[in-house]
Structure formats: C-alpha cells, structure tokens
Design a protein around this ligand. Structure first.
Ligand SMILES: *Cc1c(COP(=O)(O)O)cnc(C)c1O
Length: 371
C-alpha cells in the first residue's frame, strides 16, 4: 500500500458506483439474460480484488478475464471470501493449460478448431467439460472463421465431450449506434448459430447492451460501463463515473512573461504567471499527450496543463486561482466531477479504457464501499 500522505496523488475508487452501474446495465436486459462482468486487466486498472469482491457481494455470478493468471488469481480471491462464481477465460485453451482449467474451475472460451480439439480430447479422457465457443463475425482477432466453421459443421464430433454452454462473438463498432457493421455482425452471428444448432448465445459488451434487446441474447459481457466509462459517447450518459484522481502540488512559482516551461520549452508565458508543479507524470499513466492540452481543477477553477508532461511531474497555470487556494500540498483534481475520464481521454487523444488501465502503481488507492 502506498502511503496517502507521502504519495504524489490519491486515486479514489467508489465500488458502490460500480455496483450501481452494474445494476443499471442489468436493468437494460431481460430477466432471462445473465449479466456477467468483464474484469480483465486488473478490473480495467481499478483493482481485481476489491472490484471482484464487491461485484460478487452484489448479485454478479460470472466473470470474464483474458489471461490464465488473472483467472487463477480471481478464483483464489473468490475462495478466500467464500464466494462462488463462474470464471470464463477469453484467451482460450493454451497447450498444457487443461490442468489449470480443471484445478481452478475455469471455463474456457474456445477460439479455434485446435482449441476445440484440445479441450475435447481432455474431456474424453476426464469427463464432460463446459466451454463457450467463440465465432468471429468481423473482428478478425479470436474465434472460428468461416473456413473453420465449415470444417466444424461437417465434423461436429471434433467437440465430443464438450458441452458448449454459449456461442459468443464480439462487436467491432458497438460504440456507434448507426454503424451498419452492428447489424451485419448480428446477422452473421444468427446465421452461425443456426448452422451450429447452438441456442444460447452471448454477443454484447457494454455498448452492445445499449444497442437494444436484439443484441442481448442470453449472456452479456459488460466491462467499461461498470467502471464508469460511457459506452456510446455521443449520447446522454447514464453511467456514473467511479473514480477520482487528485494530484498534490509540490511547488508554486511566479514566472515572468516570456518564461518557458518544461522539456523542449514548448510553452512560453504571455504574462506574469503563477505555476503549480504536481507530483504526477507519464510514469503514473498520466498521458504525455496531455502536455499543453489537458486540464485540472482547483475547486471550480479550471487550470490548464502547460508545457510537456514529465515522468514524475506536470505543471499547471494557476495564475487565475486565488493564491491562498493553491499552495504546496493543495490537491488538484486530475480526474473527477469537473473533468471526467471521458473528457481527459479525448484531450489525451485516446479512450477511457486506456486511461483506466494505465492508472499508475504509485497512486495511493482509496476504496469506498469495500467491506
Ligand atoms: C473486453 C471485452 C468485453 C468488454 O467490453 P466493454 O466494451 O469493456 O464492455 C466483452 N467481450 C470481449 C470478448 C472482450 O474482449
């Protein structure tokens, strides 16, 4: 644990907001559709253990992770707290992974014929095994392509011993409600489901849930929206932001007109200015692209980042803030109610997902709503 007083910044994660967002998403789907939670990449940077535990304490009973190590860690977290849940492994059955899948009771997503064969031969030796079958409908990342589907359709015995609980696919453009691709992928998905004779299906991520009931099927897989990222950015936001990041002012100084700030001297003051140096930098996941572009807030005063972002430091122009409101030790809001993850991501030229998963290891982390 990083000491809050000594840390350069304090990250607060409100776990109750995660539960609220999860409940909102659940409210969008029918009673017969399962709402899982995707908690890969350390629960999108917010912390696997506190997040998984809080969601498990609410009514979430199935989780998706990307890596085997995430799955194993998650299983031990759940067991430590006497919680039962389904754990799905998105990255599939690697060679030799069968015993880990068994020992930690992890259900794999099968992404290729090779993985189906691998899991089937394990199942034939050790008894029937569950799996999700992933089909590619337009991402070209993971899942059976059309050629593999042809082979599988002609040789269904490849999957002997496997109980396919869901067939799944993933949307490429769900964050754009009007994208033709959404319907095209759905039609292809339905076509594959019929060909494979598989009824239960999983298709939607966060944005997919908001596309409407025809995208929900039997199991939805939201991640981002649970963590407060708005799934479809040009619509009214119904998701509540879950984090708050405050950086500490180390020093303030006056700089005469014409003074330069930071590496490369990319910013020059045009008046006598007061600057604040804050103990956060790109080494903390504060994007370097925010140099001369990002903002912070002191109370309700918006203060611009001036100069480049350094590894451990950023500089704000605080000339317009009353002097007594911005002194060494004062905390500047870097992410919060005035400047959201989505806004910061736009200014950084990226998406909220990358901001959250990049949140630094040097922040002092503070969880609200953990038990
Ligand atoms: C990451 C991921 C999700 C979650 O997507 P969000 O946009 O964060 O809701 C769902 N399904 C798959 C296959 C994923 O890789």
């Amino acid at each position: 644990m990083i000491n809050a007083n000594r840390a350069g910044a304090v990250l607060t994660v409100d776990l109750n907001v995660l539960v609220k967002n999860y409940a909102f998403l659940k409210g969008q789907i029918g009673n017969n559709t399962v709402c899982s939670a995707v908690i890969k990449s350390d629960a999108y940077g917010l912390g696997l253990e506190p997040v998984a535990l809080r969601l498990a304490q609410s009514d979430c009973r199935s989780f998706f992770v990307a890596l085997m190590d995430e799955a194993i860690t998650l299983r031990s977290i759940l067991e430590k707290h006497d919680k039962k849940a389904e754990i799905y492994l998105l990255n599939g059955v690697a060679e030799g992974a069968e015993s880990d899948l068994d020992n930690y009771d992890i259900t794999p997503v099968l992404n290729s014929l090779t993985e189906i064969e691998r899991w089937s031969s394990h199942a034939k030796r050790n008894g029937r095994r569950d799996a999700i079958l992933n089909v590619d409908t337009g991402m070209s990342r993971l899942g059976l392509d059309t050629r593999e589907l042809d082979t599988f359709e002609a040789n269904p015995e490849i999957a002997d011993g496997i109980k396919i609980t869901y067939v799944m696919s993933h949307l490429a453009c769900a964050d754009d409600r009007d994208a033709m691709k959404n319907r095209e992928q759905r039609e292809l998905f339905d076509n594959y489901r019929v060909r494979l004779g598989l009824q239960h299906a999983s298709f939607a991520n966060s944005a997919g849930i908001l596309l409407g009931p025809e995208y929900h099927y039997d199991l939805v897989r939201p991640g981002a929206a649970i963590y407060g990222i708005q799934p479809i950015t040009d619509e009214i936001n119904k998701i509540t932001q879950a984090i708050n990041l405050k950086g500490k002012i180390l020093q303030t100084r006056f700089v005469d007109s014409g003074g330069t700030v930071g590496y490369g001297a990319t910013y020059q003051t045009i008046r006598k200015s007061r600057l604040a140096t804050v103990a956060v930098g790109y080494g903390d996941g504060y994007f370097r692209t925010l140099g001369n572009r990002g903002f912070g807030y002191i109370g309700t005063n918006r203060v611009p980042v001036v100069g480049r972002v350094s590894m451990d430091l950023i500089t704000f122009d605080i000339t317009d803030v009353p002097e007594h409101e911005a002194a060494p030790g004062t905390m500047i809001e870097l992410i919060g109610p005035h400047y959201t993850v989505n806004e910061l991501a736009i200014d950084a030229g990226t998406i909220g997902y990358e901001i959250l998963t990049g949140l630094g290891a040097r922040y002092s982390r503070n969880y609200i709503g953990s038990s």
